[in-house]
Structure formats: C-alpha cells, structure tokens
Design a binder for this molecule. Structure first.
Ligand SMILES: Cc1cc2nc3c(=O)[nH]c(=O)nc-3n(C[C@H](O)[C@H](O)[C@H](O)COP(=O)(O)O)c2cc1C
Length: 179
C-alpha cells in the first residue's frame, strides 16, 4: 500500500536553502508508491493555537478557520511527517511553530503517523545552533510515538546558493528514499 508523506516546511524565503533541502528530500521520496505533499506553511496564513480546547469538545474541529484547515486534512492521512525549518534564534521559525501547535486539533482523534523526520538549515558554523530544535522535536516524536526516521542539519548557510553542492542535499535525498 502507498505511503502518504507530508512535509511542513517553515521557511518564509522562497527558493532559499530550506526549500532546496526539502526539494532534495522530496526528490528522493518521490515514486515508490509514495505521495509527497509539501506545505510551505509560511505562505498559508496560519495563526497560532488559541488554546481554547474546542478540538477536544468537538473532536478534531479547530475553532480557527484559516490556512491550517487544508493542512489538517492532509495530516489526517499522513503516514510519515517531516518538519523543515531554518534556525531562527536557536529555535524553528514562528511560522512552523504555529503549524506544529495547531496539530493539537488532531490530538483527541489521534494521528496515523508512524515515522517522522526533521530537516534544518542554519547560519552557524556547526550543527549546534539546531540542538534546541532537535531536542524539542525528539520530545514531540517520543510523546506521539513516532519513530525518528532521520535528522539532517545543514550549517554555514546565508545566501540561497550556499547550499549548492553540499553533501547534506544527498543525505536529505537518501532520507527521502528510505522514508
Ligand atoms: C530571523 C533570523 C534568525 C536567525 N537565527 C539564527 C540562529 O539563531 N542561528 C543560526 O545558526 N542561524 C540563524 N539564522 C540564519 C538562518 O538559519 C540560515 O541562513 C538559513 O539557511 C536560512 O534559511 P532559508 O534560506 O530557508 O531562509 C537566522 C536567520 C534569520 C532570518
């Protein structure tokens, strides 16, 4: 049976380094009976979770009617979930965090996701800038009982072209192939 792979990608910069990393992953994942859906959540007007618990009173129904609606529909069908973001102040972009928080709408009904992965870009010389985000996602994966399929961090990135020829693109592609 085919697998649905959903990518929530949080960079607001179109054609930037995070987009390139996601493209490499999606290229690797394409075919093999997989359907890959990439959401550039920064383009989608997704507000933060209101914490109103409407989704618990009316299972799966989010009180906020905005761009997250179509994402939630795909998330319901997802077998694999991939998060992608540039490091912003040692965390993920606010746009990705808003989408992550809004997954709360599916908490009561549950998700069918089995595996998850993380793709990150940063300007620092080392992967260390991504450590707080990796720690956060590892806690999320464990809490949700999602197997960690892989994490690819690409440091030393400022301009979009900085990622060209980098070995992390191949690692992201391989992660896609094996997802
Ligand atoms: C608002 C903002 C905050 C950033 N904060 C960090 C940071 O804390 N650590 C870091 O290593 N890079 C930081 N960066 C650099 C980006 O993570 C890096 O350039 C990344 O490749 C940008 O991704 P993009 O090409 O998809 O826009 C920051 C960039 C921006 C715009």
């Amino acid at each position: 049976m085919g697998k649905n792979v959903v990518v929530l990608s949080g960079s607001p910069r179109k054609g930037g380094t995070t987009d390139r990393l996601v493209d490499a992953f999606a290229e690797g994942a394409a075919g093999s009976e997989r359907v890959v859906s990439v959401f550039r959540v920064a383009d989608m007007e997704i507000g933060g979770c209101l914490g109103c618990n409407h989704c618990f009173r009316e299972t799966g129904v989010c009180a906020r009617k905005d761009g997250m609606g179509s994402v939630l529909e795909e998330l319901r069908k997802a077998d694999v979930l991939v998060f992608a973001s540039p490091v912003y102040y040692f965390g993920v972009s606010s746009q990705l965090k808003a989408a992550v928080d809004r997954m709360y709408a599916l908490m009561k009904e549950g998700m069918r996701v089995k595996r998850a992965a993380l793709l990150m870009t940063c300007g620092d010389d080392t992967d260390a800038a991504a450590a707080p985000s990796i720690a956060m996602f590892r806690r999320v994966f464990a809490y949700m009982r999602w197997e960690e399929a892989g994490i690819v961090v690409t440091p030393r990135l400022h301009e979009p072209s900085d990622i060209e020829g980098r070995e992390e693109l191949e690692r992201a592609k391989n992660l896609g192939r094996n997802i």
